[in-house]
Design a protein around this ligand. Structure first.
Ligand code: MN
Length: 722
């Protein structure tokens, strides 16, 4: 077993080889400090803990990072696992090192589980956004690389979960940062744990064919070497079998066996200058037949992660195709170490501040996981400065504008959450509404059914337009409610003034006539207009006076009919509702709240038109439940009638966009819902759609409601009177 001195020596050698300008004194002090802090700790392998930071520092040195990064790598677990403090590290090793260590610690603390691809993408962005200094993520990748190399000491469950994280987060990040070599190693080792059989199959095949592969590669190599020396080009050539995971992925993607897979082999020619790259290309195409359509010039058009090379695929002896990559030494450095290589060149220029690495963020944002020629430039260059990424308690990543507060978070989840919010917790601690969210925070919103709704100052606290719009909507609706209440009160007092019972207006037969006379779609609209002052109560009543007096006259006679038909046992009516104590009376479902089986219901004996069934929580039912009316309310229950359907309606608030009605119709058709009527009104970018349709019960209705809510652009789906 290698001792910790061996590891120390090997790390120091890497520093001297790859970072000759590094300050050895401070690195030595950092080692001594970390060694002392971790003194009593052991790794799962049984080795002293310090071997881990030493190995991470060695990787960090190998990829060419500077003294601060190497020192931070040595100290990277001190904040999390020892009693060292930020202040200690800052005092002993400087502010920059302390910030790097803290940055790595924060990333270590992020907890996450496997999620959908879009979520993973947000998580990767979160990682980038959290690493204000690009060195933080590079150290974290080095940390993961060493942990991956030593996975054998972990439990099988941990091996799998860590390997998945590596595949989903760290390998893609290494790729984006252009660190090809590390990416390959992360992928190959992870594959070994995630699909041992699939991995072994490839390894076995490659081993079996090692002999012929080697002689094939030797032959190609000497052929190229000879040509280059003949024409006097100075270059270095070597062949390799492609990395295991890339073979694995190709087999999966193309659904082929390894025998059927073409180009398992790749050659690299590294030369001194760009002119020679193109010269070598010419000679390769002269020696072997190129495969049409496979030439790619990443020198004139570098990949988004800065990768540059010429790629071509040619056919060798026995018709075996292979890829040749041609590049300069500088391009090679970049290909192997990506951003880190770039760092190396810049090492003596800047101070490693954020600004300097702005381009990295830009590059990460722009980059698609496709070849350079099909990637599309995004205009959102300042993405990471503008966004903050936080978690829900269940681990979903939510992206919000920078500076966002719990209010923004609540409304991003759902407007109902925002409207019923009574408090918030950030990382399990109670936080104020104005608290600023930071990357990686876990945010929980406390809600209450009796919440009073948003307050006006939330509008100035919140950062996101989304929250602001939803809060404004709430106020608009609230105000409408106030108007309705006020309007209703003055309308009803006007009715009483002319000797008409205000309840008469609710009568299902009379109501449509009344509404037509006053030219409103529903009573609430008329009340709102009266409350707002757009219409006087006297004028409204004047228009419907005749109808009202006519109806009033027939009331008493009808009530007698109802009383005569009382029987002992309740019976189901054809309408699917049982009215307590009354058999075979006319049943009407109220149009205001359109109840369906599953809703808690109540019946109202109307003046002349039988029993009108309301949802118990319908405002119209509530309003009329004063003691004076008690005798007219009857208990009603749903009869068992599984095959019957009931007319009901939903109102959909959404943005006004093309295809909305089609989306609504598609969902309804998919759910086999019979639609009676569907209509939509658009106004200043918003649309209000109403659908009248048939359902069997509340469960089905809620399902429809949820599905409609999922349509893009839909902000709210309401039942009547909600
Ligand atoms: Mn570590």
């Amino acid at each position: 077993m290698e001792t910790r001195e061996d590891h120390y020596q090997s790390m120091m050698q890497a520093v001297q080889r790859y970072s000759p300008a590094a300050d050895l004194d401070i690195i030595e002090r950092a080692f001594a400090y970390a060694d002392n802090k971790h003194a009593k700790q052991l790794r799962k392998s049984g080795e002293p803990y310090i071997i881990h930071p030493l190995s991470v520092a060695e990787i960090v040195a190998e990829i060419g990072l500077d003294t601060d990064a190497i020192v931070a790598a040595l100290l990277h677990d001190c904040l999390e696992d020892t009693d060292a403090s930020y202040e200690d590290i800052s005092r002993l090793f400087g502010e920059t090192v302390a910030e790097l260590v803290e940055g790595v610690t924060k990333l270590t603390r992020v907890q996450y589980s496997t999620m959908e691809e879009q979520q993973m993408e947000n998580l990767r962005k979160m990682f980038m956004a959290m690493s204000k200094d690009i060195r933080v993520i590079l150290i974290k990748i080095a940390d993961r690389l060493h942990n991956t190399r030593t996975l054998e000491y972990q439990t099988p469950a941990k091996q799998i979960s860590k390997s998945m994280e590596t595949m989903e987060i760290y390998a893609p990040l290494a790729h984006r940062l252009g660190m090809q070599k590390i990416k390959w190693e992360l992928e190959d080792v992870s594959l070994q744990y995630l699909d041992p059989a699939g991995y072994q199959l490839i390894i076995d095949y490659l081993k079996q064919n090692e002999g012929s592969a080697n002689s094939f590669m030797d032959a190609v190599q000497s052929k190229i070497t000879k040509r280059l020396s003949d024409v006097g080009i100075h270059g270095s050539i070597y062949g390799r079998v492609k990395h295991t995971y890339s073979i694995y992925r190709k087999m999966r993607a193309q659904n082929k066996t390894i025998e059927e897979l073409y180009d398992l082999y790749a050659f690299r020619v590294i030369v001194d200058n760009i002119a020679d790259c193109y010269n070598v290309l010419g000679h390769i195409h002269d020696l072997f037949n190129p495969v049409p359509g496979r030439f790619k010039d990443y020198i004139s058009t570098p990949k988004p992660n800065m990768y540059q090379s010429l790629h071509t695929t040619v056919i060798g002896s026995q018709g075996i195709p292979f890829e040749v990559q041609i590049r300069t030494w500088e391009m090679h450095q970049t290909a192997e170490y990506g951003v880190a290589a770039h760092w190396k060149y810049k090492q003596n220029v800047g101070d490693g501040t954020e600004k300097e690495f702005e381009w990295v963020r830009r590059l990460l944002e722009n980059q698609q996981d496709t070849e350079a020629d099909d990637y599309i430039h995004s205009l959102k260059v300042d993405m990471f400065d503008d966004e903050v990424f936080v978690f829900t308690p269940k681990g979903k990543v939510i992206s919000l504008p920078a500076g966002s507060t719990p209010i923004d978070f609540a409304y991003a989840i759902h407007s109902a959450i925002g409207n019923s919010m009574i408090g918030a917790k950030i990382n399990n601690r109670i936080a104020g509404y104005e608290a600023q969210l930071h990357n990686g925070d876990i945010v929980e919103i406390l809600t209450s059914k009796s919440a009073k709704g948003p307050s006006r100052d939330w509008l100035t606290i919140c950062q996101s337009n989304q929250a602001r719009i939803k809060i404004k909507q709430w106020f608009k609706r609230e105000k409408r409610d106030e108007n309705i209440q006020r309007g209703k009160a003055s309308f009803e007092s006007e009715l009483r003034h002319i000797g008409v019972d205000p309840d008469l207006i609710q009568d299902p037969e009379l109501l449509p006539v009344v509404l037509k006379k006053v030219s409103f779609d529903q009573l609430d609209d008329m009340y709102a207009a009266i409350g707002y002052g757009g219409l006087t109560a006297a004028k409204a009543v004047g228009r419907i006076k005749d109808e009202l007096t006519k109806a009033t006259k027939s009331v008493s006679a009808n009530r007698d009919i109802l009383n005569l038909s009382k029987q002992d046992a309740p019976a189901a009516t054809a309408s699917g509702v049982i009215v307590e104590d009354i058999d075979s009376c006319m049943i009407k479902f109220s149009r205001c709240c359109t109840p369906v089986p599953g809703d808690d219901i109540i019946g109202y004996i109307t003046k002349g038109f039988g029993v009108s069934v309301h949802r118990r929580d319908c405002p119209n039912a509530k309003a009329a439940q004063d003691p004076a009316q008690a005798g007219r309310w009857v208990r009603v229950t749903w009869a068992e009638s599984p095959d019957s359907t009931f007319a009901t309606s939903l109102q959909i608030d959404s943005v006004d966009r093309d295809g909305l009605m089609l989306d609504i119709a598609t969902i309804l058709t998919g759910l086999r819902i019979r639609v009676n009527e569907i209509s939509s009104r658009a106004m200043s970018g918003k649309a209000l759609s109403t659908i009248n349709f048939q359902v069997h019960n509340l469960e089905e209705l809620e399902n429809v409601r949820n599905r409609l809510h999922g349509i893009s652009g839909v902000t709210e789906v309401r039942r009547g009177t909600d």
